[in-house]
Design a protein around this ligand. Structure first.
Ligand code: OOG
Ligand code: NI
Length: 469
């Protein structure tokens, strides 16, 4: 079979993302309500904000807004993670960044599977935040062994899915028919199962250790635990949620509202308590409940450089420390702290706090030979030959500021602090290295500037040729 007969990875990812969304809407109807709300608010924002519309049009971002979302799953074993990496690769999703959640009191470490190239992100930016349980962090040896035993005896992938992953790897792609079947079969892995794999007694013991451990070990597979559409106005959605009968959490995580949004802000509706059934005596099922699944929204802003990230962490830490000290309302303090974070794109660039994509301005496009092209970035910007647009952050809230998972878990869960991050062990389980997200943004910025220089000098050469002719 030739390459021409394969469906593109972007297409498979788009189909998969769509199928996940449909499945989750059926499983968790409140998520559907949230999607509708986000769609309405995005439409209103785009109607009112000409400049945002222009910016999104310029960066090809307009079409992807309503389609954009991420999801999250949690797996129990190294083998499961290894196969997931292969599964996501079929859809052009690669592991980006390492998140050590142990510092936030959660016994998992994670990565996000997502497209890496800009063109692929623009076609479909679906990402899946994927966590691996670190059973070795459970101190109770007996409990650890019991959990390990349950995990070793489950198979989270269908036979057909495994065969199709093999085939995609061997052939270098999938035919139309195979791709359709691949989406159907892989969806099974992420489906909700109300019937647990274990009895209530073991569930309770796992839950007492950490509710995330119970969520990972107790069921047949890594059910999708939330999906998150991107909104253009998170404050408006947060405010409107109750009007549509959904119960939002109290605060929006991440930075405060700004003229120039940075990283991302997230909020969610509270996880639902759902009926589940535990293995009982003599093949009977015992009724119980489990709380894990929710809906989330996010608003994305510009990607920060390491310097910008450090400033972000410092200001957020300051706010959290002050709130712990009981000095006032979180949101107000956050706004106050972040006054120290420059809020214009010019300043963010000049101080090296954020990443930008450069392109030729209208003036740059019309450059004549008399304008020198040997200028520095600063010089070319000053001369008005370049246009700069924010590079949007494609990843997750930094754990260093304990922002991640915070929107997803009750505050009471952060009492145990595990240590010893282990990126090496994670990558060994994964069977690959994770991409360094900061290097990806830096490269994008560098390449965009290089392309500007190349086209400016090409224009100048053409001018030379015209003059010579
Ligand atoms: C994943 C949490 C990470 C986000 O948006 O920060 C995440 C989880 O709860 O399993 O999705
Ligand atoms: Ni999320």
């Amino acid at each position: 079979m030739t390459n021409d007969n394969f469906v593109s990875k972007n297409e498979i990812r788009a189909q998969f993302s769509q199928a996940m969304s449909v499945m989750y809407r059926e499983e968790v109807p409140a998520y559907g309500t949230l999607m509708d709300l986000v769609g309405d608010i995005n439409a209103t924002v785009l109607e009112c904000d000409e400049s945002l519309r222009a910016q999104l049009t310029h960066s090809n971002g307009l079409d992807r807004i309503t389609e954009e979302r991420h999801g999250a799953i949690r797996v129990g074993t190294e083998k499961e993670l290894f196969t997931l990496r292969r599964l996501f690769a079929v859809m052009g999703m690669e592991p980006v960044s390492y998140y050590d959640l142990a510092v936030a009191g959660i016994p998992v470490h994670s990565t996000a599977f997502r497209p890496v190239e800009e063109a692929d992100l623009n076609e479909n930016p679906f990402r899946v935040f994927t966590s691996l349980l670190r059973l070795e962090l459970i101190e109770d040896e007996d409990l650890r062994a019991a959990a390990q035993d349950v995990l070793d005896n489950r198979e989270i992938f269908t036979m057909a899915a495994l065969n199709l992953i093999d085939r995609a790897e061997k052939q270098g792609g999938l035919s139309n028919e195979d791709a359709t079947q691949f989406v159907t079969e892989t969806l099974e892995t992420f489906r909700w199962h109300a019937k647990a794999n274990i009895d209530k007694k073991l569930y309770d013991r796992l839950h007492d250790e950490h509710r995330l451990i119970a969520d990972i070990v107790s069921f047949h597979g890594p059910h999708i635990n939330h999906l998150t559409p991107r909104t253009l106005d998170i404050d408006a959605v947060q405010k409107a949620m109750p009007e549509r009968g959904i119960d939002p959490k109290a605060v929006i995580e991440g930075p405060p509202q700004r003229q120039c949004p940075i990283l991302l802000r997230q909020t969610s509706f509270k996880a639902l308590e759902e009926d589940v059934f535990f293995k009982g005596q003599n093949g009977n099922w015992e009724e119980g409940s489990h709380t894990a699944r929710f809906g989330e929204i996010e608003q994305r802003g510009i990607a920060l450089t390491p310097k910008g990230r450090a400033l972000y962490d410092r200001l957020l830490d300051e706010t959290r420390a002050a709130v712990r000290a009981g000095e006032g309302a979180y949101q107000d303090l956050l706004v106050e702290s972040f006054k120290a974070f420059p809020d214009s794109y010019e300043e963010l660039r000049a101080e090296g706090l954020a990443f930008f994509r450069y392109s030729l301005s209208d003036k740059g496009e019309e450059i004549t030979r008399s304008v020198g092209i040997s200028g520095s970035l600063d010089g070319l910007l000053e001369a008005g030959l370049l246009r700069m647009d924010p590079i949007i952050y494609e990843d997750f809230l930094p754990v260093s500021a304990a922002g991640i998972f915070q929107s997803n878990l009750g505050d009471t869960d952060a009492d145990i602090v595990y240590s010893d991050p282990s990126q090496q062990a994670f990558e060994k389980a994964l069977g690959a290295k994770v991409w360094d997200e900061l290097a990806l943004y830096a490269e994008l910025e560098r390449a965009s500037f290089k392309a500007c220089l190349a086209s400016l000098s090409e224009k100048a050469l053409k001018q030379d040729a015209n003059i010579a002719a």
